[in-house]
Design a protein around this ligand. Structure first.
Ligand code: CS2
Length: 507
């Protein structure tokens, strides 16, 4: 008879009761969580929110007087059911393991979240929560793709079936726009003040985009409501930053071994964290500036710098590194050719477009980025970086290409990135023939167009919602076609192509 062998001792789960048993070196919430009110309702609770905004709030709650700024999470997707169960079982607590480049590790338990509502099970509860008088801010991390805009035109996409459903069924929403509108309508009817809608996604002018999209949606339902939203709801733009890899079994095991409790969805992230926010709020806000965030009147230059250097840099390493056969960002950037390619791209195709920023030394910012990417203790998978590239690249890289073309500047390093993306979508394997993960809302269309490349080399660029009229711009297509023909040569090697592009680049 074999008996079940436990490789690890059974440990208690993380929750409010087990907190007292944690080693003293762990930073646990030292505030009375039972006294917190949910002044913030957050839609889209993923790893990033839990490593960023919730951590700022956790710090703030350690000082008295901030009790009104607890967070209630909301999950809109069916796939959030498991998350709801985990958070509930853990009294909405979770561990945060911060890994510095030098090996230092900080252990924390974050207590800022006090409730979580799973929308598919009770839509009205979510609408009521959003319309509750305690709710002052509704924050969003719904990913770049969640804003429902056509990236090439910037217009709201009315053809999305979920949006059509929500416009016609105001009491049965599916999308974030349906929920926000239903709740704001209730607030207006009840004479409550409007909440702030605060985007925390990597989109240039994320507040303005959210405003434009919400107004486009609401005006289809109720013109008077849309005018009220335009007048009273604030949509601060913000730049958000903290590299947060997807959690793995390794992280779960690490928590058991080092915290002495089990956490079914722990977060691991880098030590660096930045949040620059425009100080325009409808009905008050936490003093985030006392815990490391920065309030400014215009966030535009910070956003551009971050999206065009960090996020774009990730995509450069992600797409090129994946084709070569690397798995993580730190592994990719430790290859000198990839580091050189990225730095050239940042220096010659991005930096000349960036406005100077008081107090920020761009050379130093780029050096820091390279160090952050190289952090050997953060295993950020290229699969995460390459996921949803159709929502990311228009903002991260194609915008840069368009601006360079408009100024008559060279785009050859960026052209290889787009060609590599096409090859990735077409073949779906790396140089060793190993399958690459493809997670993208536009997956079918990307593959369909990319697969025509061998016979119609510009077919991929015909996806006009992503590329606009790029295929009609010889200054781009000449470089793109060279790269396509190099990539589609039998036994091509991405490193040889990168080397050739660097050598031939005109400055
Ligand atoms: C990444 C971002 O998803 C991506 O492609 O570039 O998630 C990045 O890690 C964060 O924006 C860092 O702040």
């Amino acid at each position: 008879m074999t008996q079940l062998q436990h490789t690890r001792p059974v440990v208690a789960g993380l929750n409010q009761h087990s907190l007292v048993n944690l080693p003293r070196s762990i930073d646990t919430p030292n505030y009375d969580r039972s006294q917190l009110k949910a002044g913030i309702v957050h839609m889209g609770v993923g790893g990033f929110h839990r490593a960023h905004q919730a951590v700022y709030i956790n710090e703030l709650l350690k000082t008295p007087g901030a009790e009104q700024w607890g967070i209630c999470g909301v999950g809109l997707l069916e796939s959030n059911r498991g998350l709801r169960d985990i958070l509930k079982q853990q009294d909405h607590l979770y561990t945060l393991t911060v890994r510095h480049p030098n090996g230092q590790i900080d252990h924390k338990v974050i207590g800022a979240m006090i409730d979580f509502l799973f929308a598919p099970e009770n839509k009205q509860a979510v609408i009521n929560k959003l319309a509750h008088s305690d709710t002052k801010i509704v924050s969003l991390t719904i990913t770049e793709g969640g804003y429902n805009l056509n990236p090439a035109t910037g217009e709201f996409d009315y053809s999305n079936p979920d949006i059509i459903h929500d416009i016609n069924n105001p009491h049965d929403p599916i999308t974030v726009f349906g929920y926000l509108t239903a709740a704001l309508k209730l607030r207006k009817e009840q004479g409550l003040s409007a909440f702030t809608v605060q985007s925390c996604d990597n989109i240039q002018h994320n507040g303005n985009v959210t405003r434009n999209m919400l107004l486009a949606f609401a005006s289809e339902q109720d013109k008077a409501l849309s005018a009220w939203i335009a007048q009273y709801v604030a949509f601060p733009n913000a730049m958000v930053d903290r590299i947060t890899p997807l959690s793995t079994q390794r992280d779960i095991d690490y928590v058991v071994d080092n915290y002495g409790v089990s956490d079914a969805w722990p977060i691991t992230c880098e030590a660096f964290s930045q949040w620059v926010i425009e100080d325009t709020f409808s009905d008050g806000r936490p003093n985030w500036n006392t815990v490391g965030a920065q309030f400014v009147t215009d966030v535009t230059p910070y956003e551009t710098m971050k999206i065009r250097l960090l996020n774009a840099g990730h995509s450069v390493l992600g797409l090129l590194g994946a084709l070569h056969g690397y798995d993580t960002i730190d592994e990719t950037i430790s290859d000198p050719l990839f580091a050189r390619y990225l730095r050239r791209f940042m220096d010659t195709e991005v930096t000349p477009l960036l406005a100077p920023l008081a107090g920020i030394d761009l050379e130093n910012y780029k050096d820091t980025l390279i160090e952050r990417f190289a952090n050997p203790n953060i295993k950020d998978s290229l699969a995460r970086i390459c996921s949803e590239s159709s929502a990311k690249l228009p903002k991260f890289i194609i915008a840069t290409i368009n601006e360079n073309l408009a100024q008559g500047r060279d785009v050859s390093l960026a052209a290889l990135i787009i060609a590599a993306w096409c090859f990735y979508c077409d073949k779906g394997v790396n140089e060793q023939g190993v399958a690459l993960k493809m997670i993208d809302a536009m997956q079918a269309e990307l593959h369909k167009q990319a697969a025509k490349t061998a016979t119609q080399p510009l077919a991929f660029l015909a996806i006009s919602s992503l590329f606009g009229d790029l295929k009609a711009q010889p200054a781009f297509t000449t470089a793109y076609l060279n790269n396509i023909s190099a990539l589609y040569t039998a036994n091509s090697q991405i490193k040889a192509i990168m080397q050739a592009v660097i050598e031939q680049k005109s400055y």
